[in-house]
Structures are given as C-alpha cells and as structure tokens.
Design a protein around this ligand. Structure first.
Ligand SMILES: [Zn+2]
Length: 269
C-alpha cells in the first residue's frame, strides 16, 4: 500500500517536473504513437476499444491534430515546418479490426492515421508469428483499405511476409521492401515513402536498401539512436492520463521513457 502510494507520488511528481522542463525545450519531431490491434483479447499487441476511444478523446481534448506519414513526408521533402500540435497515429500489420473498430472512432473525431501493411496477408489471417500469444486475427481486405484510403487513411509498406529482416539475405530484404511498396502503390495509385520494420528490427543492410530505394524515412519502436530511418514511436499503453499524454507528446518519448524507468528503479527497491 505504502509502496503504491510512493510510486504514484513519484510518478506524478516526475511527470509534472518533466512537463515543466519540456515546455521550455525546443520542439522535437512530431510524435508518433504505435497501435496494432484494437480488440478485447488482451494479447501483447491488443488494446481494448474503450481504452482506444479514451486515448482519442485525450488527443482531441489536448488540442492536437493528426497527420499521416504521407503528409509528414511532404513536409520533410519541402523543408517546411511541422505543425505545433500534431501527432501521427500508426497501426502496424493491417488488422481487420482497424476497419471494424478503430476507423469509426477515428472518423468520429475527424482523425487520420497511417496503417503499415504486410501485403501478402491482405484479406487473409495473421499467421506469421506462431510463437506468440497473438490470435490468428483476420486482416484488412483491399475493399476496406480502398474505402479507408478514400477517407484519408494513409497506407505504407511493412514488408510482404513480415519476416525478421536482420535474419534474411540481402536479396530477400530488397524483395520484401520493394514488393510490399509496389503492391500498395499499384492498388491505391499513390506513392509510398515511409517504411515500418517488422518487430521493430533493422540493421545497416536494411537501412541501406531503404535509402537506395528512395524511402525518406522508417519507423522503429524504441531505437537506441533516433534519426529519419529509426523513428521512435510511443507505445499506446503508456498514454493513460492527460498529463502522461502531454509529457509523451510534448518533449518526445526518450524523456518519457527515462522518467518511467527512473520511477521503476526507485520503487523496485
Ligand atoms: Zn508488424
């Protein structure tokens, strides 16, 4: 009991301190939030509908607008400034519940998002990772993707077969990246400039191929060093209160994660 109170006290105090500090620091790149599946299974990649709905409300109440990666890519290409209060919502893999559950909530709030598709699985089931607790969720169909694209949801490549990229040959890396990109570009008649690493895993070979193929950026999860090809994303499970949300969005996530880690260390002893 005492430990819980101490933990909450420290957490809140640190959050407030960080919020104050972040207000005077220069703005970082527009923050990016990572989602996968919106469902009630409790799997490691799932978030419940109510939690998702509450997070969208936090974004709205916080006065943020949403940008897609296509919009971000345009801003970067033209050397323009990113808007002050904006956030990028991303969904990895292309689960069908992104259409059934998340899409109506996004639309209700006037929000957009970027969905990274594992293109060989479109219209099928999620069967690429048999070792995890992830159920064989159904995936989006092209019909759903086209409808969401018409509304303004952005689609970008996440490989064709969802492999562990650092474990495969150079030729396969290039094929996975090119094939998933051209599939989306051909179907939706759009350009794809941003890539998403399966499992957040990459190495120098993967980044070299992305640069050679003309990608202007790639999203990871929580890389050691952040640059355009290792864009950090914040896990949605941390976005529990308006304060936590503001801290995470305002000064980027490295500060936020350091803070959480510090609280964990202090309260573990
Ligand atoms: Zn994935």
């Amino acid at each position: 009991m005492f430990k819980d109170n101490l933990k909450n006290f420290l957490k809140h105090g640190l959050m407030l301190g960080l919020y104050g500090v972040s207000a005077i620091l220069p703005k970082r790149r527009t923050p990016v939030i990572i989602y996968h599946s919106v469902d009630e299974s409790g799997s490691c990649i799932s978030i419940g509908k109510d939690v998702f709905e509450n997070q969208m409300a936090l974004i709205k109440e916080g006065g943020y607008r949403t940008l897609t990666f296509s919009e971000i890519a345009d801003i970067w290409k033209n050397g323009k400034a990113e808007p002050e209060k904006a956030v990028v919502l991303t969904f990895d893999d292309g689960f069908r519940n992104n259409y059934d559950v998340a899409f109506p909530i996004l639309r209700k709030n006037g929000f957009t998002a970027t969905i990274f598709l594992a293109t060989d699985y479109i219209g099928k089931r999620c069967t690429w990772d048999k070792r995890s607790d992830i159920p064989d969720f159904p995936m989006l169909t092209w019909e759903m993707i086209t409808e969401m694209g018409g509304y303004g949801i952005d689609f970008q490549p996440h490989t064709a077969t969802h492999p562990h990229l650092p474990l495969i040959s150079n030729n396969r890396i290039r094929d996975e990246i090119k094939r998933s990109r051209s599939t989306i570009e051909d179907k939706l008649d759009k350009r794809c400039d941003i890539f998403c690493y399966p499992y957040g895993e990459f190495d120098e070979r993967v980044i070299r191929v992305l640069k050679e193929e003309g990608f202007i950026g790639a999203v990871a999860v929580n890389p050691d060093k952040e640059n355009l090809y290792t864009i950090r994303r914040v896990g949605s499970m941390h976005l529990t209160t308006q304060l936590a949300f503001n801290v995470a969005l305002k000064e980027g996530f490295s500060l936020y994660y350091s803070c959480k880690e510090l609280v964990r260390k202090i309260t573990m002893t």
